[in-house]
Write a protein that binds this ligand. Structure first.
Ligand code: SF4
Length: 490
């Protein structure tokens, strides 16, 4: 044996990273299930189950291929690597560059040598070069460059369909009583059951834990959902928790699927002529635009970025985030219940409900970030730090986004079926039945009006404050709402 190849739990692909050129004759494969990872935080059990079971299945597939696999449990990753190193004396340890600053530093210090992280479509140095040349880091500019560089949905120098994005077509509210195709279910095997017992959890059948299952989920999306994905991608409904979302982010983030495989399948499906451009473009933008941009920004902005709190938000994490019985807001109750059920809701509840509420209540960004990291099945450090600190709660003073994503109840009412049965009224901003989102939205603008007035993208919203004849009453109601939320009564 010549090397130990360390495989973190989010590098589970045979053809990329350290395993790309691995050979059972030369390489010992090391996996470490660290207590820091399993019990170090209040992780959602579905998330833990998914990550561990996926890694154990992957380790088994390497064993079946003929590799010597060391899969051990230890207090820390370094402790585990130490034990494996003692057993295989004198062998150097190699890994693909890890996905977080913390792990990068720890492994580098321990003497692990890195091969480039190729689990994304954009090498880290290439993104760094792009970002270093920008005055502002507009995702749209990066995305257009990606389309051209990767030659995806292009006709020569022009975008297919004559436009770079079709968001106007992709903002439909949910249809009434929308059933949609049946959800794909994943059967549990002996490894799954063993992990489930260890973590003390009864898993759903929603998430696959094998490469085969992840590929089945991908096929299910392209066969049954892709064509309708775009127009309903922002809609929220209690009739159907997934609508036409792909549910592929967990597999992309632990690398049971590589983004190049998903893009290849998307382009192939689009080329059959059965998928409208607004669906194809909307999905492809998430992958070659947003996902790559967010990962690039995580590395570009550095390890201190996660500590930003430029709006000086100091409210403690509200009890409704951990217990849906602590709120009467139907949208929040439904969303947190969905998260408790399966560790997932799509991008709009994440941004326009959860993050929006944290933003306009002035919730501490780091507490909110920690909670988001713990509860979502796909919540890698690299994705959550920029998405929450930059996009979700605007804690970076606008480094990533030119304006905060703050909204009142009108947006939620338009894009969901949450409001009709709710005790609150999205149209009201004052009074006992005023929608907390609507009240707090105006209160948020008022609290930050001086700073936002300088931002030309916010000036119209701030100007709207002047038209509010009931601002003093609204400020009083906002205080009541905040107190009610902190006590778990609103
Ligand atoms: Fe949510 Fe307000 Fe609608 Fe109630 S009225 S569901 S609190 S947006």
């Amino acid at each position: 044996m010549k090397r130990i190849l360390y495989i973190p739990f989010d590098h589970l692909h045979r053809n990329f990273g350290a395993l790309k050129e691995a050979d059972p004759k030369n390489d010992v494969i090391a996996f470490v299930e660290s207590a820091r990872m399993t019990t170090g935080r209040n992780w959602h059990k579905e998330r833990l189950f998914f990550l561990i079971s996926s890694a154990r299945h992957f380790a088994q597939s390497l064993e079946e291929e003929g590799f010597t696999v060391e899969y051990i449990k230890a207090a820390t990753t370094i402790g585990g690597l130490d034990a494996i190193k003692k057993k295989h004396k004198g062998l150097p340890i190699t890994s693909a560059e890890p996905s977080s600053f913390r792990q990068y530093e720890a492994l580098e210090k321990y003497g692990v040598s890195f091969v480039p992280n190729d689990f994304f479509l954009t090498p880290r140095p290439l993104f760094h070069q792009w970002a270093s040349e920008q005055k502002s880091y507009l995702m749209e500019n990066f995305y257009r460059k990606q389309r051209t560089r990767l030659n995806i949905l292009m006709e020569g120098k022009d975008p297919v369909g004559g436009s770079w994005n079709f968001d106007k077509e992709n903002r439909l509210p949910p249809p009434k009583k929308y059933e949609g195709p049946a959800y794909l279910e994943h059967k549990r095997d002996a490894i799954d059951l063993e992990v489930a017992e260890e973590v003390g959890h009864t898993p759903t059948t929603t998430w696959a834990t094998t490469r085969k299952g992840a590929l089945a989920q991908m096929r299910n999306f392209f066969d049954n959902h892709f064509a309708e994905f775009g127009p309903l991608e922002d809609a929220m409904t209690t009739d159907n928790w997934a609508l036409h979302h792909s549910l592929l982010s967990p597999y992309l983030n632990n690398n049971l699927l590589h983004p190049a495989e998903v893009i290849h399948a998307a382009v192939k499906a689009f080329n059959t002529g059965t998928v409208p451009i607004e669906s194809a473009e909307g999905f492809i933008r998430q992958l070659i635009g947003w996902r790559e941009y967010v990962n690039g920004m995580y590395w570009f902005l550095g390890p201190d970025y996660r500590e930003n709190n430029q709006l000086q938000a100091s409210i403690k994490l509200l009890p409704l985030f951990t217990d849906p019985s602590k709120t009467q807001m139907n949208c929040m109750k439904q969303t947190v219940t969905d998260i408790n059920d399966r560790a997932w809701v799509h991008h709009i509840p994440r941004l326009m409900l959860l993050s929006n509420l944290a933003l306009i209540t002035g919730t501490n960004p780091q507490q909110f970030l920690d909670w988001m990291r713990e509860v979502f099945i796909d919540a890698s450090e690299w994705v959550m730090v920029p998405n929450v600190i930059g996009m979700g709660v605007h804690a970076d003073g606008g480094q990533m986004m030119t304006k905060p994503y703050a909204a009142g109840g009108a947006y939620i009412s338009r894009m969901s079926n949450f409001c009709k049965p709710c005790v609150y009224d999205p149209k009201l901003r004052v009074g006992e039945t005023a929608c907390p989102f609507t009240t707090l939205y105006w209160d948020f603008l008022d609290r930050h009006k001086e700073a936002f007035a300088k931002n030309h993208r916010m000036s119209q919203q701030v100007f709207g404050l002047k038209r509010l004849s009931d601002l003093p009453e609204l400020k009083e109601r906002a205080q009541e709402v905040l107190e009610g939320l902190e006590q778990g009564k609103i």
